[in-house]
Design a protein. Structure first.
Ligand code: CP3
Length: 351
């Protein structure tokens, strides 16, 4: 079977496969004991830049759960590390930058780095190892952070709840904001292009924190930079954000996104009513339900599948990432359930 017939790639092309493809954001990593064993003694970003380790961690959840796609094990801040920016990922906290980028001169300093100069050798090597192992049955999804979500960390210097400093910069110094976001788009695009060149079949742009923006700010200060991050990437794009219901239609990036990821707050049929018939939806199992008794989870997953049938095609996923305390057996069971339910033909689903 050629890779293009894989259910995930068919769904992205707008063809409803016989069963719904399923993968999980954050499937590679924290909830898996075999991951924790491998990671002992290696810092997160060093693991990302060690090709055989990154490849093995990418493959672990594919072997364990039989998901319909691998997601490349890396992080949204890896291309910034490759650009020479001083960043670490603190366990339990997230990305932390030695020098936050807050003023016009900070922006001058960081944008002086040429995104085309990033050495992506280790990324490409890791992707090639993964793709060789996955063969022509399972596609690999590459990914990058969207400019706003990267800026939310970079301007603040670390994780924050409301991303006030990044949002303030848009209004206090829009020129600096646009230069910074434009540069971040180029950095993420370089990262995506490397993964694509080495064999990733699709890419996901994570704008996890876009939900903190007003629709007007999203449109004026963010969407054009997100579109630039995927410009010229010749692969289907999945565009994901949390809390983006108020401007979900804009997440289509003017038709550039093959699929839009929806969080757990918005039922998929309501998302489809906003998004229209020519885009695939991805989502939206509530991560909070993963610790519920199985009958509760099963009923919820069936409901998500039923509502997802309103779309031209549906990729089953969580509404956000796998929580670290998740029992991996529950994820395996969700995959088995999804694969046991036959999808309705699109014409019937639309009724
Ligand atoms: O999805 C996958 O399994 C593939 C790998 C992946 C990671 N990060 C590995 C990781 C992906 C796709 C990401 C993307 C990412 N990184 C996002 C967007 C997705 C999302 O969840 O919203 C964001 C916001 C980041 C930044 C980041 N990196 C955070 C907030 C954290 C968590 C810090 C913590 O420990 O709570 C990280 C660290 C991180 N990235 C881990 C993993 C497996 C945990 C690190 C560890 O195991 O020590």
């Amino acid at each position: 079977m050629p890779l293009n017939d894989a259910p995930l790639l068919r769904a992205l092309a707008g063809i409803r496969p016989e069963t719904t493809p399923v993968w999980f954001m954050r499937q590679a990593g924290r909830s898996l004991p075999e991951y924790r064993d491998l990671r002992v003694g290696t810092r997160m970003l060093d693991a990302c830049l060690t090709p055989d380790l990154a490849a093995e961690i990418t493959l672990q959840p594919v072997r364990r759960h039989s998901v319909d796609a691998g997601i490349f094990f890396s992080d949204i801040v890896v291309p910034l590390r490759l650009a020479g920016v001083e960043v670490e990922i603190e366990p339990g906290r997230g990305p932390v930058f030695a020098e936050p980028v807050r003023t016009a001169s900070d922006v001058d300093r960081i944008t002086a780095i040429d995104p085309a100069s990033l050495d992506t050798t280790q990324i490409e090597e890791a992707v090639r190892l993964v793709v060789a192992e996955l063969g022509d049955r399972t596609p690999l999804i590459g990914f990058a952070g969207a400019p706003f979500t990267l800026a939310a960390y970079l301007v603040e210097g670390g994780p924050s709840k409301e991303h006030l400093r990044a949002r303030a910069m848009m209004h206090t110094d829009p020129e600096s904001w646009n230069r910074l976001a434009g540069w971040l788009a180029e950095v993420s695009r370089t990262f995506l292009a490397a993964q694509r060149a080495a064999g990733a079949s699709a890419v996901q742009l994570f704008d996890s924190w876009a939900g903190s923006l007003s629709p007007a700010d999203y449109r004026a200060f963010v969407a054009p930079h997100s579109a630039a991050a995927v410009d010229g990437i010749d692969a289907p794009v999945i565009h994901f954000g949390v809390g983006t219901g108020p401007f979900l239609g804009d997440m289509r990036l003017g038709g550039r996104a093959a699929a839009v990821g929806v969080d757990w707050r918005l039922p998929l049929d309501e998302a489809v009513a906003v998004l229209g018939p020519d885009v695939t939806v991805q989502g939206n199992i509530d991560p909070a339900l993963l610790t519920a008794p199985w009958p509760v989870i099963e009923a919820h997953v069936r409901e998500v599948l039923r509502r997802g049938a309103a779309a031209r095609a549906h990729i089953l996923n969580l509404g956000h990432g796998v929580p670290p305390e998740t029992d991996p057996a529950v994820l395996t069971r969700i995959v088995e359930l999804a694969h046991s339910v036959r999808t309705e033909p699109a014409a019937e689903a639309a009724r």
